[in-house]
Design a protein around this ligand. Structure first.
Ligand SMILES: [Zn+2]
Length: 79
């Protein structure tokens, strides 16, 4: 059996761990370049009827919940 000191084992462990982290980072960065963050449409902007808070909600189409006061807003109000 190969004898490995604790410091050598720890050094190998750190090298492999940091290599794995850098590999995952590189893969994630290359994936994110293809689909950069964009707001899908201008309809994602909402203004609350109660507190006049303007926010982005790209998932809701007709009715959205205000993140500040929790009231429901219809899409008829445009910013
Ligand atoms: Zn509100």
């Amino acid at each position: 059996m190969i004898e490995v000191s604790f410091s050598l084992f720890y050094a190998i462990y750190v090298v492999f761990l940091s290599g794995a982290v850098f590999l995952m980072w590189f893969l994630n960065e290359s994936k994110n370049k293809s689909d950069s963050f964009e707001i899908e449409s201008e309809n994602a902007f909402w203004q609350c009827q109660i507190c006049a808070y303007t926010y982005v909600d790209s998932h809701s189409k007709d009715i959205s919940i205000c993140p500040r006061c929790g009231s429901y807003n219809k899409k008829s109000i445009k910013v």
